[in-house]
Design a protein around this ligand. Structure first.
Ligand code: B12
Ligand code: SF4
Ligand code: SF4
Length: 254
């Protein structure tokens, strides 16, 4: 998206006599993307705190091109079209919304599995279920996303069968395989240790079985198993061996 915004900047430049200064952003700098988008009339900010449009729901990213050219202004979208709906607030597995339009990022699975580097608070591990990278539940249950269309862009297509693979296979990837299979993907952001930490939690929430327990124990005995990872593996083993595993969780990641 950033490359395309750059191409747009170059195209605008090609129509101008004066020199244009421009810079594209896509989730890449401290730019307040949602309020800017709302103020530019692109849509409203929903109770789940994401930008929504009537046509595309919230299944899109935001990007912007800053330019030194005065342009006509579009009116802001001031009205919320959420109405009395509270689906996103009710469905959130970790109850991350203290009130509508406010997210406590510390409780959000997206933060915990992607951005957070340390230990995942124990009280939030069970509600994480089998989510190992990000979470979309508040969007999945939003009625406006019924109108969203799937992207035809190759970049959005699943790679390495990541949409149909079991947690155990992912957990047994070594670091080289992790790096190879996540090349060019946002998943790399979590790092190998974070990836294994998330998978350990998800395996602890699975229905378990000998193979899963053996894989967790094997990893725990490895020389390179960090203190952080070991703590999550021990938690997972405790869930599985003390019969406290989650009933509604299967062994396929989301
Ligand atoms: C930090 C961040 C997160 C954090 C916190 C998210 C949050 N809702 O606060 C975490 C890691 C949890 C996260 C998760 C996700 N994110 Co995110 N995230 C961001 C990021 C990088 C910065 C947002 C931010 O915190 N800005 C700083 C704060 C200060 O801004 P703000 O919250 O908008 O606050 C403004 C107003 O709301 C208001 N305000 C807020 N609080 C208060 C309080 C008072 C008293 C007042 C007066 C005003 C006020 O004033 C502020 C200034 O204008 C943006 C990209 C960007 N650069 O904007 C993406 C972004 C919001 N994320 C995005 C996405 C897709 C996601 C996920 C779906 C990813 C996933 N699949 O896991 C989840 C969804 C979770 C959710 N329900 O929000 C997209 C959203 C696209 C859309 N349609 O809206 C963005 C825009 C990235 C992009 N370019 O596409 N994200
Ligand atoms: S992304 Fe998941 S955990 Fe985060 S607020 Fe939405 S439903 Fe809750
Ligand atoms: S689920 Fe309902 S309340 Fe939440 S953003 Fe969508 S329409 Fe708004």
């Amino acid at each position: 998206m950033r490359k395309r915004l750059k191409a747009l900047g170059e195209k605008i430049q090609s129509h101008l006599q004066q020199s244009l200064v421009f810079r594209p952003f896509v989730d890449s700098a401290p730019v307040l993307e949602r309020p800017i988008a709302r103020n530019a009339g692109l849509g409203w900010i929903g109770k789940h705190t994401l930008l929504l449009t009537r046509e595309a729901g919230s299944w899109f990213f935001l990007g912007e091109l800053f330019i030194n050219l005065p342009l006509p202004l579009d009116p802001p979208e001031l009205k919320s079209h959420c109405g009395k709906c509270t689906s996103c607030l009710d469905i959130c597995p970790t109850q991350a919304f203290p009130k509508p339009y406010v997210l406590d990022a510390r409780r959000c699975i997206s933060y915990l599995t992607i951005e957070h580097k340390g230990s995942i608070p124990e009280s939030l591990r069970k509600p994480m279920g089998n989510r190992v990278f990000g979470c979309d539940d508040c969007q999945l249950f939003c009625p406006w996303n019924r109108f969203a269309q799937s992207s035809t862009e190759d970049d959005f297509k699943p790679r390495h069968q990541l949409d149909d693979i079991d947690l155990l296979t992912l957990f047994t990837w070594d670091e080289a395989t992790f790096l190879k299979n996540t090349e060019g993907s946002a998943i790399r952001r979590t790092g190998y240790e974070g990836w294994q930490r998330n998978l350990a939690v998800a395996l602890g929430n699975s229905t378990g079985g000998e193979q899963i327990i053996a894989a967790l124990e094997q990893r725990l005995s490895d020389q390179d198993c960090s203190t952080l990872l070991a703590e999550h593996i021990r938690w997972a083993l405790d869930q599985l061996t003390n019969g406290t595993g989650c009933d509604d969780s299967n062994a396929t990641p989301q």
